[in-house]
Design a binder for this molecule. Structure first.
Ligand code: PAF
Length: 295
């Protein structure tokens, strides 16, 4: 595995691969790699000849009271994992390489609407930080394909829109969420949970699944489902941020044009903010006009 921290050297190596007709898949990460990231690498390997993984803890996407300093930096262990998954290229720049003029002087990429709701409203500036760094990384790596996890469903939707809006010639692939046996979505932040919080954490996924089952059975009062779910999370010890049933494509309320529903949740357990989501394809024979009316 070749490792670069300098973008010019990385680009010169990538020119060599492209010159040989090889396709490039890119997996951007912030490191502290777990099984969920490795599933992205495996997917990337299936699709392209060369897999480039970046590890960069992006300060621009952390709010002033968030966990930037505490975010785990585990480069040596991450390198071993990537090597054993057959990654050919690792790009791990430092902050100066990505923001040479400082973050305040950085041009910002903002995706309106999709980026302003849900996690965007509880974490102001977060998605601007994500889209800005992902655009920069896309321009540096110039991949054919980029692979992201569906656990960060809103992030994935925003990146798809950014790529469409800016006409970037990159295929965006989503990979389904990796879970522990009890359903908890794999996340770098799970490592912050105490023993007791880890015991409670799967309730987030259980609550999402119950909601999905209720909708699949034809329960059509979404407001009631959402408030029942929030109550369940509160009772389990979470501090819910949002629990919302929406159109998977627009992240707006379900309408009669909705083909797939996404149920998205964010909730704090102590100081740790967990997110998760489930999806549900709508049965064309259901009266979805009525369902949307129930919202
Ligand atoms: O999902 C992440 O780990 C980050 O938001 C990303 C896409 C690597 C951008 O920093």
């Amino acid at each position: 595995m070749r490792t670069y921290s300098d973008s010019a050297q990385l680009q010169s190596a990538l020119r060599g691969f492209r010159h040989n007709g090889q396709t490039v898949a890119f997996v951007p990460t912030m490191g502290n790699l777990h099984e969920g990231h490795l599933a992205l690498v495996r997917k990337a390997r299936q699709i392209c000849d060369v897999v480039v993984v970046s590890i960069f803890v992006n300060p621009l996407q952390f709010g002033p009271n968030e966990d930037l300093d505490a975010y785990p930096r585990t480069l040596a262990a991450d390198k071993e994992k990537l090597f054993s998954e057959g990654t050919q290229v690792l790009y791990s720049p430092d902050v100066y390489d990505i923001y040479p003029e400082g973050m305040h002087a950085q041009t910002i990429v903002h995706v309106p609407e999709l980026g302003d709701t849900l996690c965007g409203s509880s974490r102001p500036g977060h998605f601007d930080g994500v889209t800005t760094v992902v655009s920069k990384l896309f321009n540096i790596v110039q991949p054919d394909v980029a692979v992201f996890g569906e656990k960060d469903f809103q992030q994935l939707s925003i990146i798809r829109k950014m790529v469409r809006d800016l006409c970037l010639p990159i295929d965006i692939i989503g990979v389904s969420t990796c879970r522990d046996e009890d359903g908890l979505a794999k996340s770098s932040r799970n490592g912050y949970l105490t023993f007791e919080q880890r015991r409670i954490a799967p309730v987030l996924n259980q609550t999402l699944n119950c909601c999905r089952e209720a909708i699949a059975c034809g329960f059509d009062n979404f407001l009631q489902l959402e408030s029942h779910a929030r109550m369940k999370l509160l009772q389990a010890g979470f501090e819910p941020d949002y629990f919302t049933i929406c159109d998977a494509r627009t992240l707006r309320p379900v309408t009669e044009d909705t083909e797939e529903v996404a149920i998205l949740a964010a909730a704090r357990l102590g100081a740790t903010r967990l997110i998760d989501n489930v999806k549900l394809s709508l049965n064309p024979v259901t009266d979805w006009g009525m369902l949307a009316g129930g919202h």
